[in-house]
Design a binder for this molecule. Sequence first.
Ligand code: PLP
Length: 423
Amino acid sequence: MKIETKCIQEGYKPKNGEPRVLPIYQSTTYKYDSSEFMGKLFDLEEDGYFYTRLGNPTVGFVEEKIAALEGGVGALMTSSGQAATLIAVMTVAGEGDHIVCSAAVYGGTFNLLGVTLKKFGIDVTFVNPDDDYEVIAKAFKDNTKAILGETIANPALNVLDIEKFAKLAHDHGVPLIVDNTFATPILCRPFEFGADIVTHSTSKYMDGHAVSLGGVIVDSGNFDWAASGKYPEFTTPDESYHGAVYTERFGKSAFIVKARAQLMRDLGSTPSPQNAFLLNLGLETLHLRIMRHSENAMKVAEFLENDDRVEWVNYPGLKSSKYKPLVDKYLPLGTSGVVSFGVKGGREAATRFLDSLKLAAIVTHVADARTCALHPASTTHRQMTDEQLLEGGISADLIRLSVGIENVEDIIEDLNQALNKAC
Ligand SMILES: *Cc1c(COP(=O)(O)O)cnc(C)c1O
């Protein structure tokens, strides 16, 4: 099946006489015919559902669809994108370990690693993802357990050289974890370029309508945890889980089973069946929407680039972008709907611009059907110093525009009238 077909057909496949559309299994609990069966279930000798914190049919079907879209062996949905990053990292790292992370990542990821996980004893080194292999390689230590990056960084829009990061990871015996939220598996499938684990905030394009928070972790099944020698938690018995040795018992699915059986069990960041149902609706049209988002954003970026009132434009799809070679390689179909730019007149003009928009709304969110705008330096990233902002590629005048799927002429007209008032 081609990816467009997978968006529709993968996951829930009704049998004779069953509901045509994915049902919402609104049940916390499951019933068994005998205590013997239940015993076997808990000994992992029978397949079945335990409890919705660990798995639910509605959620499970959507996990299957997303795993198919990314080309992975399994997926774990979470209650939010933040929970996906947390569980992905905690599945491979614990107290005394170290993570290398691109400095151009979502603000929430930056804080999770730089503040909260540090309190749990997991150290992090942030690197400039555009630096050469040799420079980034210096950040690795003996206790490094993973390297993280974003395909298209939110909001800096750096395009990740996935093959460079995969080589860095594998030369150091650790997995590459890629946050593929902005690209979605329609525009880029990081596993095809050597990534080992993919995460998403499904709250963005996958949901696409700004109705439900969610996250997902997908396992490529390609990382050899035993061969690396760095992951005793994968290769020795987990006494908290019936003494299972993940690599022996679950083979290629060791990571995603450990994430569910250990971390989801203990952290409980479970998605609701209702939200999984809504996410599935979003996924059915993802291939149409992300293409229109990308086309509209390209036209908006070209309009802004040719306008005197605009100081600079950053959109990886532009011919003038320094990421053009990486876009040609990793994102040939488009580069999503997010464009950033600065208006002449700096911080104050940026504020006037935002306040003058009529069609585009000021919201924290990005990546849904409606055009919206944000000024990160005064909102989502306000806890960062100017220095940290610049390291992540964000200037104080940066306006982040999330271009929707309205008619692009209406979007451009709105930007034009707001620029008139701002400058
Ligand atoms: C929004 C976002 C997150 C966090 O996801 P939530 O669903 O808001 O918790 C993580 N990574 C990226 C790239 C995001 O855009």
